[in-house]
Design a protein around this ligand. Sequence first.
Ligand SMILES: [Zn+2]
Length: 465
Amino acid sequence: MKYASGIVVVLLCSVMTVTLNAETLSTTDQEILQQLKSQAQQSSLSYELLESLTTEVGPRLAGTEGDKKAIAWASAKMRALGFDKVWTEEVSLPKWTRGDLSLQVVSPYPHNLFGISLGGSVGTKRSGITAEIVEFKDLAALEAAPAGSLKGKIAFVSFRMERFIDGRGYGVAVGARGKGASVAAEKGAIAFILRSVGTDNNRTPHTGGMNYAEGIKKIPAAAISNPDADLLVNMLKREQPVKLKFKSTARRYDKKMVKTANVIGEITGSEAPDEIIAIGAHLDSWDVGTGAMDDGLGVAIVMASAAMIGEQAVKPKRTIRVILYAAEEVGFYGTKQYMLDHADEVEKHIIGAEWDFGIGKIYELRPGVGEQSLGAIADLAGYMESLGVGLSDKNDAKAQSDMSLLSNAGMPAINFAPDGTNYFDLHHTENDTLDKIDAEDMKQNTAVYTLFAWFAAQSGVDFRQ
Ligand SMILES: [Zn+2]
């Protein structure tokens, strides 16, 4: 109520002509921005949303009952939070069920291992598979194995992921999870196991998606916990055959499609409703844990950010669109469908940011915008300085995760980098639960996304330039 809508009229002439060091926002919009900043830093709305999602919905593997509940939850919450428009867009994907898994070393040192099927893996025959393990230090070593050399064997990649604040160890390690099974099958292997793509030392294995290459036999694939991988490596050092029993009832239904949906909500722009500021996260999770970090955190942050802007007496000039993507974990089905459904309006996505990584405070803003927009980005970064967010000297960012497809299609983006030092201790495990989330950090995260969305909506800047 404090800001009469009439005041806003002043700035319309300033759009599209932002130069370096100029004030990008009008005085009124700066005042609203400061108000949003203190409101977001005090509000527990995003944490309350996450608590609600993890408690009332829980795990939400794409296409399951949990996923359906999540779609209904998100739609209802957005309406209750006062979004102007809320709708869903159908997405389909092939059905997969995890079933049960058991892995045992049968000789020379019998031991039960803690393992988990990789998402999309086939199972074994009912009686299981018993075979000798062959270790490879990494995916490249497995790729270099001679054709036929793994006939009747179980391939094991023992590569350990490294811990970094920006999570860059993940990209190095995850290739083996994605394609290791097919590479191993090509050499004659009958099953594939890998050390979990994770940085912890708990006997909690990490699941994650995998793919089968076309035309190659589909063999069962599982991740084992880090301590179990260490143990196998030590057994294998003794230079005698290590035999493993691998039993899994995982099942792919390649021809049976299941349905899910992208959930989209908007705070409609008052002056340029067809210009979109996109903030997003993925609504689905793995079926382990409650998907608190991955990606309930992101869902809650972007919903709360848009809701706080929507509550202001002065409406944003551009539309703020919250995109909750479907089926990210199992193969980016939601974002691929979004690109098809919105092919003719990609250029209307003025700028975007997704949250799908990290659990700590955001420490850096990294833009991926046109050169002429860097002055406006510096302005935005100035407002975030007191939140502990620094401006990167690089201008090459893509939006995270699902939204990288919009980036690839030309949408300018910001990558807000949160502290991901401990993220991969928990990622894709039964430990991805609410207690890992710091409610105070979430206030900072939400303040950053709120400021970004408001700034971009009011700036009039064409971030492509
Ligand atoms: Zn994720």
